[in-house]
Design a protein around this ligand. Structure first.
Ligand SMILES: Cc1cc2nc3c(=O)[nH]c(=O)nc-3n(C[C@H](O)[C@H](O)[C@H](O)COP(=O)(O)OP(=O)(O)OC[C@H]3O[C@@H](n4cnc5c(N)ncnc54)[C@H](O)[C@@H]3O)c2cc1C
Length: 499
């Protein structure tokens, strides 16, 4: 049930920090007959500007698209449901490359295959696979993207309100962890009015999102427990529109139309109780070494900062959820909406269909990409476009030429990609963007020397501290991360239920 500070018990078996999709799912998967749980959430049930200021962090280098500090600050919604209030719901599994190239994923492969089933169930997905023969090309195959259905946050709230063994405390922050030897004995929680409570616990699970989980550990663990890899190897999925392609072949155009990405409307389907299965096709190269998937759509929406921000505003019902809005932002919004309609109308009347080409690139773990806290206590996300990223982008563009050649289509690469390296890198730093996929900074692995958590997501060196977040990912893969995080959550719940 939802409780207030006066109803907090002195002791809980499990305390979960963060009621984003990871914390919500875990609390509902734990067998409650023998355990009591406290779920602590910093945010309110609706977007609150003041509370969201607590997510403030500064980006160095990448991460200022569509607004300053988007990647470090505005893509971390502090609200019951967390970032699932604004996410797109696109779900895919890790692929063979991920399992074959990373020993941690390889060891987890069999478990993930089992627990993906639970993850699909949680998101009300009946997974669909688009038959490659429908596209019938050598250089690419369809990349099936299933979309979460149903109002997960609303349903979770209803479940938690009725639950007698889960206490939910909103508008409350974890502000201290107390350790006795190698165990967390209690935590200090503080509500918005500054009232504090000490809660004793058996297990602490942090599900506060990729960046915040890392910050909490950095801020509140004693120096001797700070793992030297904590905060390192931040990864995102780099997205960039590289050009437009014009396709004559009616069969390919029919395929794209049939399996086209959803419009913004899909974000509201669950609220309208429209529960049709939702999936669409991205495209994935058959060349295993090119690490991206790409999406084709009529309009240039991915290029539009203003439409991206409008989406956040509508979903959070708050004008400031990506920063303050200026007159020039409204001007660009009008231009981009008009451009979207013109492209749609043009496409309806021509046989040659033209699509924007948007790459979603894997970013390999790199020590340079990291989160740290600077001398005046500001959280810094130092996120860079690395040489590996540059090579992956260049290879991806070469590969796109092969693909569009096979399609006998006209690919117009944006001129900037033919510029010299310095100019191009400068452009990419301003225009490449991530999408709130914060991975890697508490990575798991078999060895304490090169990872922060063990293979069961336990923080090395502390007996009862578990990390449940995309921050445990050892590599980012090309798949959007939430489905895999939920599979890990289901695996974690199974372990806790068997203890
Ligand atoms: C615009 C956008 C679109 C996205 N689209 C997709 C997509 O299509 N597919 C996909 O797979 N992923 C997508 N993502 C990523 C996806 O939203 C996240 O992977 C997922 O929501 C993370 O869930 P989480 O529970 O781990 O963390 P969060 O959602 O960050 O939740 C953490 C919660 O912890 C709370 N918290 C933080 N600090 C404290 C504290 N000290 N005390 C108490 N509580 C605290 C926060 O308020 C928050 O509610 C998208 C992200 C964004 C921003």
């Amino acid at each position: 049930m939802i409780i207030n500070k006066d109803q907090i018990k002195e002791h809980y078996d499990i305390v979960i920090i963060g009621a984003g999709i990871a914390g919500l799912a875990l609390s509902q998967l734990i067998n409650l007959e023998e355990k009591n749980i406290l779920l602590v959430e910093s945010g309110d049930f609706k977007f609150n500007r003041e509370i969201n200021r607590l997510s403030h962090a500064v980006v160095k280098n990448l991460g200022n698209w569509p607004t300053k500090n988007y990647a470090s600050h505005y893509s971390r919604i502090r609200m019951f449901g967390g970032n699932a209030n604004v996410w797109g719901g696109w779900c895919m599994e890790l692929d063979d490359y991920d399992y074959s190239q990373n020993s941690t994923w390889n060891i987890l492969k069999a478990d993930l295959k089992i627990h993906y089933k639970k993850a699909y169930e949680l998101l009300n997905i009946i997974p669909q696979n688009i038959d490659p023969d429908k596209l019938n090309m050598k250089s690419i195959k369809p990349y099936s993207i299933n979309i979460a259905r149903g109002n997960y946050i609303k349903n979770s709230r209803e479940y938690l309100e009725k639950s007698e063994n889960i206490d939910v405390l909103i508008k409350t922050n974890l502000i201290k962890m107390n350790l006795v030897k190698n165990k967390i004995s209690s935590v200090i929680l503080e509500n918005l009015n500054g009232y504090t409570n000490e809660v004793k616990l058996e297990k602490l699970i942090i599900s506060a999102g990729g960046i915040e989980t890392t910050r909490l550990l950095m801020n509140f663990l004693p120096d001797e427990n700070l793992n030297h890899n904590l905060g390192k190897y931040f990864m995102e999925h780099l997205q960039i529109q590289v050009g437009r392609v014009s396709i004559k072949n009616p069969l390919i155009n029919k395929f794209i139309k049939t399996y086209s990405p959803p419009t913004v409307k899909h974000l509201f389907d669950d609220k309208l109780e429209e529960m049709e299965s939702k999936y669409f096709s991205g495209f994935k190269s058959t060349n295993q070494d090119v690490r991206n998937y790409f999406v084709l759509r009529n309009s240039n929406v991915y290029q539009s900062k203003s439409l991206y921000r409008l989406r956040h505003v509508i979903l959070t019902k708050n004008l400031n959820s990506t920063g303050s809005i200026k007159i020039k932002d409204l001007f660009y919004l009008v231009i981009d909406v008009l451009d979207m309609f013109v492209k749609k109308i043009k496409s309806a009347f021509t046989k040659n269909k033209s699509y924007s080409v948007v790459l979603h690139l894997e970013q390999k773990p790199d020590e340079k990409n990291q989160i740290y806290i600077d001398s005046d206590d500001t959280v810094i996300l130092d996120w860079n476009f690395t040489n590996d990223d540059f090579v992956n982008l260049k290879n991806s563009i070469i590969d796109l030429n092969i693909i569009f050649n096979e399609m006998e289509s006209d690919f117009e690469l944006n001129d900037i990609f033919d510029s010299d390296e310095k100019k191009l890198k400068n452009y990419l730093e301003k225009n490449i963007f991530g999408i709130g996929h914060h991975m890697g900074t508490t990575k798991m692995g078999q060895n304490e020397n090169d990872s922060v958590c063990d293979m069961s997501q336990n923080y090395y060196g502390i007996d009862n501290l578990i990390i449940n977040s995309t921050s445990v990912f050892p590599t980012g893969g090309i798949a959007n991360p939430t489905l895999t995080m939920l599979a890990l959550t289901s695996r974690l719940a199974e372990r806790l239920n068997n203890e």
